[in-house]
Design a protein around this ligand. Structure first.
Ligand code: NAP
Length: 484
């Protein structure tokens, strides 16, 4: 397998209905490699009218797909799960080429992403309803679940495969047709995934893919179209707010997986080695470009210095290199704007008195590399404590009491995930109950799991993806009143 061949196999057009087509006017936009800035491919640049054509196809296919036997929908998803694994080398290369993450992280994303197809293949045949006697004894209440209908799935660039499968899996399992709008920086993996779904028997019009450099235009055209029944969005809280406001226009059902600002709490009874291992995962997986990335490390005062020093030693040892290079552990950030934002946040903290234990400045040369960075003595007003860093930077701050740690952890508009390290079960449960987040990693640095409900509270989102309730996001409940 050569990388040229992997790229040559990507269909760079729009997937609409039963085929692949150019965008109106033959327009394209470039997709580049963040490891060196070079152009990889040019892909079709959809206009709002192209996006509406994709919705036309999804609407036309909706009734047929909803009527397809759940077992058949399940088996298509199961075949797609197998096929993703079969093509894992090509997909991993593609993810690394367009997104930058090290190949090892790309393979981990493939395992995670494919699992959503396996999980929802299993859920497709378990959609149930209810039958009950009305309190008056005469009536009967029959409840059925039906697909919501044509759904728009908007995904971010940081997990090009998994963010798509996490939405396409439950939508298809529930009987919904979809229009997928991948991120501009990473459309290639989604296009490759569309070929897999086609190969595995997804009928024409059920999965449509629209790549565009005009997300506001294309998405806006669909959100104002009354035939669209659902928006599932993963991305920043800022864009999520805009889309929620637009969705209000047609009272559209929405699922919102938005930004995070995860606290990582280490209590003084924690296994410090395990906490450092967990911190490496929670901080450096995906170069810190994850909504679940630990953003703030609060460590009980007695162990704070030891934790910061050990973390800095481990992070200084990580190999920063293009993701396709052997042994790469930290790839480039997604683009210059992303790297500049990380740099500005570090400069702001250092300007206010933070101490650099390792890293602290962008690397020279080609690509958007920023080294793993640990900051100690971070002042409470540093901007990186309030904003998503989205880079390999770990600010470490001490705390004294449990109440103080919980207060600091909750002092944010976000509420996606928190990490807690302690060996005291009662303390763990008290803390978990008090944290305002949708997910908690207890003595572990990764929470992502297709079998678990993923999502946030506060301004981190609405709804859950994955787990036994993930399919509910794509189902309506209809009740039938019967008087005997
Ligand atoms: P983003 O800028 O919000 O973009 C996400 C998607 O929305 C992209 O497809 C983007 O298209 C599109 N978009 C941007 N502006 C739009 C507009 N005005 N109207 C309609 N669509 C628009 O986020 P990102 O930078 O790709 O991803 C990083 C963010 O995603 C972080 O905040 C991260 O925390 C969050 N995230 C959350 C989760 C979760 O499960 N909670 C998971 C992963 C990532 P373009 O690419 O063309 O701009």
């Amino acid at each position: 397998m050569t990388y040229e061949k992997v790229l040559a196999d990507v269909p760079v057009r729009l997937r609409i209905g039963d085929g692949w087509r150019e965008a109106a006017g033959g327009r394209t936009f470039p997709v580049t490699n963040p490891a060196d800035g070079a152009e990889l491919l040019a892909v079709a640049d959809a206009s709002p009218a192209d996006a509406v054509a994709a919705l036309d196809a999804a609407v036309a296919a909706q009734a047929g797909w909803a009527a397809t036997a759940p077992r058949e929908r399940a088996e298509i998803l199961r075949r797609a799960y197998e096929e993703i694994h079969h093509r894992r080398d090509e997909l991993a290369a593609l993810i690394t080429l367009e997104m930058g993450k090290p190949l090892a992280d790309a393979y981990a994303e493939i395992d995670y992403g494919a699992d959503f197809f396996r999980w929802f293949a299993e859920e497709a045949v378990r959609i149930d309803g209810g039958y009950k006697v009305s309190p008056n004894g005469r009536g009967r209440i029959l409840v059925m679940r039906q697909p919501v209908g044509p759904s728009l799935l908007v995904t971010p660039w940081n997990f090009p495969l998994a963010m798509a499968t996490r939405k396409i899996g439950p939508a298809l399992a529930a009987g919904c047709t979809v229009v997928v709008k991948p991120a501009e920086q990473t459309p290639l993996t989604t296009l490759a995934l569309a070929t897999i779904l086609e190969y595995c028997g997804v009928p024409s019009g059920v999965v449509n893919v629209v790549t565009t450099s005009d997300p506001a235009g294309a998405v806006g055209a669909l959100l104002s179209d009354g035939r669209l029944r659902k928006l599932s969005f993963t991305g920043s809280t800022e864009v999520g707010r805009l889309l929620l406001a637009q969705a209000a226009g047609t009272v559209l059902r929405t699922s919102m997986e938005l930004g995070g600002n995860a606290p990582f709490l280490v209590f003084d009874d924690a296994d410090l080695d395990a906490a450092v291992d967990g911190a490496i995962l929670a901080k450096l997986r995906n170069m810190g470009e994850a909504c679940t990335a630990a953003n703030r490390f609060y460590v009980q005062r007695g162990v704070a210095d030891a934790f910061a020093e050990r973390l800095a030693a481990r992070m200084a040892d990580m190999r920063v290199a293009p993701g396709l290079e052997d042994g790469s552990q930290i790839g480039p950030l997604i683009d210059e704007a992303g790297r500049a934002k990380v740099g500005a946040l570090v400069d702001d903290a250092v300007g206010k008195g933070a101490r650099v234990l390792t890293g602290g400045a962008p690397l020279g040369g080609a690509g958007y590399f920023y080294p793993p960075t640990v900051l100690a003595d971070v002042p409470g007003d540093a901007a990186l404590l309030a904003e998503e860093i989205f880079g390999p930077v770990a600010p470490v701050l001490p705390f004294d009491t449990d109440e103080e740690a919980i207060g600091l952890a909750n002092a944010t508009e976000y509420g996606l995930v928190a990490y807690v390290y302690t060996r005291d079960l009662a303390r763990a449960l008290r803390t978990a109950e008090a944290l305002e987040t949708g997910m908690i990693g207890l003595n572990q640095g990764v929470v992502s799991n297709a079998a678990a409900p993923f999502g946030g509270v506060k301004q981190s989102g609405l709804g859950r993806e994955g787990g036994p309730t993930g399919i509910d996001e794509y189902l309506e409940t209809k009740y039938l009143a019967i008087e005997l």
